[in-house]
Design a protein around this ligand. Structure first.
Ligand code: NAP
Length: 235
């Protein structure tokens, strides 16, 4: 069985790759890093042209895919007065745009397998309010959640889940914290969870939930402890 992980070389994506390998999947990864492996494709998902080129190469090299996980995200903390439409566009393109592109591109490949699965990654931050510096990110993750729900509704043949993950100890998240504190040191108490979750443990909970339980397509929230609840239910 083959799994394509868009953003599978660090942070949560790397954890997902490890968990999928333990379940017997052959992972195919895509990210901006250059990695010397026939199963890795270098590409910036913020660029439609190079994304389509990489997707074509993946389709040519792998005639079937059982599972696709869209992990890569983008967040750039910005003061309210600097949140131009370009800033919003970048967040939409890099959190939702590439997912939409991948869904359309690989949909027919997924149709050929017996239990096709498509996963998007949201944020528990996008379920909260109180951080104006992250509004473009929060809006993009909200749109991604809606996208996932709509695709689930019109494609009952496909299991399609959105997982809203907690704050984790990843290189990208530490960078965001640094930038956020540069903009507004007071934010520290207001928006940061006390404990950062381990991305390997969160990935393991996500993959177990996705593959070992016969749950319906939907939006799920992952707690810092790894506990997963369907969106709308209290933890
Ligand atoms: N970490 C947190 O605390 C946290 C909290 C809530 C939600 N999330 C969400 O969880 C997901 C994973 O977050 P993460 O912290 O592991 O960091 P991330 O920056 O999304 O990195 C995950 C993977 O995506 C790749 N990637 C990022 N941007 C890319 C691009 N433009 N093109 C191609 N590949 C790209 C990275 O490799 P390269 O950098 O080499 O390209 C890496 O392999 C994201 O969707 C994020 O929004 C994270």
């Amino acid at each position: 069985m083959k799994a394509l992980i868009l953003g599978g070389t660090s942070g949560l994506g790397l954890g997902i790759v490890t968990s999928l390998e333990k379940k017997g999947y052959h992972p195919i990864t895509l990210s901006r890093q250059k990695i010397d492996s026939v199963s890795h494709y270098k590409c910036d998902l913020g660029d439609i042209g190079t994304s389509l080129e990489a997707f074509s190469r993946i389709k040519r090299d792998h005639s079937s895919l059982d599972l696709i996980v869209c992990v890569a995200g983008y967040v750039s903390p910005t003061n309210l007065e600097n949140q131009t439409s370009e800033v919003y566009d970048q967040h939409i393109i890099r959190n939702l745009g590439y997912v939409d592109l991948a869904f359309d591109f690989f949909k027919e490949v997924l149709r050929d397998v017996s239990h096709p699965v498509f996963v998007t990654i949201g944020s528990r931050w996008s379920l909260k309010t109180g951080c104006t510096e992250l509004l473009p990110y929060i809006a993009a993750k909200h749109a991604l959640r809606l996208f996932t729900q709509q695709k689930a509704r019109i494609n009952p043949w496909l299991k399609i889940n959105n997982y809203c993950v907690p704050q984790m100890h990843t290189p990208a998240s530490l960078d965001v914290r640094k930038k956020l504190l540069e903009i507004n040191p007071y934010k520290k108490q207001k928006v940061f969870d006390k404990d950062l979750a381990d991305p390997t443990a969160i990935a393991s909970s996500l993959i177990t939930h996705l593959l070992d339980y016969d749950n319906k397509s939907g939006v799920y929230s992952i707690h810092q402890t790894g506990k997963i609840i369907r969106n709308g239910n209290k933890p």
